[in-house]
Design a protein around this ligand. Structure first.
Ligand SMILES: Cc1ncc(C[n+]2csc(CCOP(=O)(O)OP(=O)(O)O)c2C)c(N)n1
Ligand SMILES: [Mg+2]
Length: 282
C-alpha cells in the first residue's frame, strides 16, 4: 500500500474513533467497546474497498454492508458521515427522539444503511438472502457481513453459515470481530466459541485470519477474500474491544460505557483531544 493511502486510512480510523467518542459521551452512554474494535475495518471498507456513491446510496452496483452486531452502529454512522452520506452534525443526534441515527441501525432511516440489525444473529440470515439475490440478478456487488464473536452464541448464525457454505456464496464475505469479549465478560467464560477458524473451516468456509487493527493487513485479507472463487469465505479479525484508547481497552464495563462515571468522561475527553491533535498534525 502506498504510504499516503495508508496515512489517509489511518486518519479515517482516527476520525471514526473520535466521532464515536463524541457521540456516545454526548448521549451519556453507549456501545463503545464493539464500535472501537471495528473502527479500522470501517476505515478500510469505506476508505478503500467498498463500491458506493454517497449521492445515490441505493445505487444497484453498491457493495452491501450488514452490521449484524448492530450495537456497533455508532462506528458505522461515523464512517458514513466521514464519507459524505450525511452531514457530520447529524452524528450529534444519535439516539435522540425522531433521530435518523437510532442506537441500532435502521435501513428505513439512515442513508447508506442496507439492513436493520440489533437483534443478534438475524443479520447473518438477511446477508445470506441479499447474497443470493445478488447472484440471481447477476449483480457482481459483494456483501460484507460483520458478526460479533459473542453474537455467534446465536444458533441462527450457524444456520446462515451452513447455507452460505452449501451454496458457495463467495459474494458474502463474513467478517468475525474476534474481540474475545461479549456483553458481560470474556467469551471463553460466558460461552466458549473454541477455535473459530477451525470451526468455520469445518462448516465449509475458506478462512483467513488477520490483525483487525493492522490496516494494511486488513486490506490484503479482504483482497484475498474477494478473490476466493468456489466457496464461502470468512475473515477472522483478531481485535481488542475498546481498541485505540488504553483506558477503555482494559475497562471492565467497556461493552456499554456509562459516562456518569467521571473516569470514563476524563478518558474520553483526553482521547478526543489526542485524536484531534493527530488529525490536525497530519
Ligand atoms: C438476540 C439478542 N440477544 C441479546 C442481545 C443483547 N446484546 C447486545 S450486545 C450483546 C453482546 C454481543 O457480544 P459481541 O457479539 O461479542 O459484541 P462486541 O464484543 O463486538 O460488542 C448482547 C448479548 C441482543 N442485542 N440480541
Ligand atoms: Mg465480542
Amino acid at each position: 500500500m502506498e504510504p499516503n493511502e495508508l496515512l489517509q486510512l489511518k486518519k479515517l480510523a482516527t476520525a471514526i474513533r473520535r466521532d464515536v467518542l463524541v457521540m456516545l459521551e454526548r448521549v451519556g452512554s453507549g456501545h463503545l467497546g464493539g464500535s472501537m474494535s471495528i473502527a479500522d475495518l470501517m476505515s478500510v471498507l469505506y476508505g478503500k474497498r467498498l463500491a458506493y456513491d454517497p449521492e445515490n446510496p441505493s445505487w444497484e452496483g453498491r457493495d452491501r454492508v450488514v452490521l449484524s452486531k448492530g450495537h456497533a452502529g455508532p462506528a458505522w454512522y461515523a464512517a458514513l458521515a466521514e464519507r459524505g452520506f450525511f452531514d457530520k452534525e447529524v452524528l450529534l443526534t444519535l439516539n435522540e427522539g425522531g433521530t435518523n441515527l437510532p442506537s441500532h441501525p435502521d435501513r428505513t432511516k439512515t442513508p447508506g444503511v442496507d439492513m436493520t440489525t440489533g437483534s443478534l444473529g438475524q443479520g447473518t440470515s438477511v446477508a445470506a438472502g441479499i447474497a443470493t439475490a445478488l447472484k440471481l440478478k447477476k449483480n457482481d456487488a459483494k456483501v460484507y457481513l460483520i458478526v460479533g464473536d459473542g453474537e455467534l452464541n446465536e444458533g441462527q448464525c450457524w444456520e446462515a453459515f451452513q447455507y452460505l457454505a452449501h451454496y458457495r456464496l463467495n459474494n458474502c464475505i463474513v467478517i468475525i470481530d474476534w474481540n474475545k469479549r461479549q456483553l458481560d465478560g470474556a467469551c471463553t467464560e460466558v460461552m466458549n466459541p473454541f477455535d473459530l477458524e477451525e470451526k468455520m473451516r469445518a462448516f465449509g468456509f475458506k478462512t483467513l485470519s488477520v490483525n483487525g487493527h493492522d490496516i494494511e493487513a486488513l486490506d490484503q485479507a479482504l483482497e484475498a477474500a474477494s478473490a476466493v472463487k468456489d466457496s464461502a469465505v470468512c475473515v477472522i479479525m483478531d481485535t481488542i474491544k475498546g481498541a485505540g484508547i488504553p483506558f477503555f481497552e482494559t475497562y471492565p464495563g467497556n461493552h456499554s460505557v456509562k459516562f456518569s462515571d467521571p473516569a470514563c468522561r476524563v478518558a474520553a475527553d483526553e482521547a478526543i483531544a489526542a485524536f484531534e491533535a493527530q488529525l490536525a498534525g497530519e
